[in-house]
Write a protein that binds this ligand. Sequence first.
Ligand code: ADP
Ligand code: MG
Length: 228
Amino acid sequence: MSDKSVIRLQDVTFAYGEGDSLISVLDGVNFEVTAGQRTALLGRSGSGKSTLMNILAGLLMPEQGSVVWHGRDITSLSDAKRVALRRETIGVVYQFHHLLPEFSAEENVMLPAMLAGQTPTESKRIAHNLLSQVGLDHRVTHRPGELSGGERQRVAIARALAGNPSVLLMDEPTGNLDETTADQVLSMLIELSKSTGTSLVIVTHDRRVASQTDQQFELHRGQLQAVS
Ligand code: ADP
Ligand code: MG
């Protein structure tokens, strides 16, 4: 294992259901993300990409195999320890923003910083800094309902970074946006990843997006294959 290993999966298997209705989704997956590395995850609908992302995020436990964050196998940790470790390791952005509708952009981004133990003043500073980095200085007091789709996704990215995670996991983060907006959000994301040193794992159907990452894998019949 590399010293710079952030997440590593070893021989991970996963299935939904049981007996006759068993759906085997992952069948011996090995995968590693190192510090600052950007990875694209490709695969047809139903190939198990979201399942794999939930396993990387520690939200689903594999049937067999290990999930290692910074050298610690999380499958043997208590739920409480895993939740605490997830806060400093993992940031997640979904296809739909999942922002809290009653809170402003600033407040949405402040929350993870406060959960990570920052004071309200410091959390506010972090939120402003991140919202500025995603180009939303002028929208800090807006609620999600007052923002465009692209702006909401940028707030979701700022929020995911507010706990200063080692890796950002993104499941089709721009799947809900038009092509131009998606391109803008993704270029911004790659720049942010470079400036902060945060690793990225992006599930995408877009080969152009994939071409901007350091490594590309395709999930097929439960196995991860490197795409050349
Ligand atoms: P992808 O994100 O690549 O589209 P998913 O990981 O969502 O794929 O799903 C992989 C397979 O597992 C699909 O066949 C899907 O129908 C099935 N599946 C996903 N979630 C569940 C669930 N909660 N229960 C049963 N089967 C599921
Ligand atoms: Mg999916």
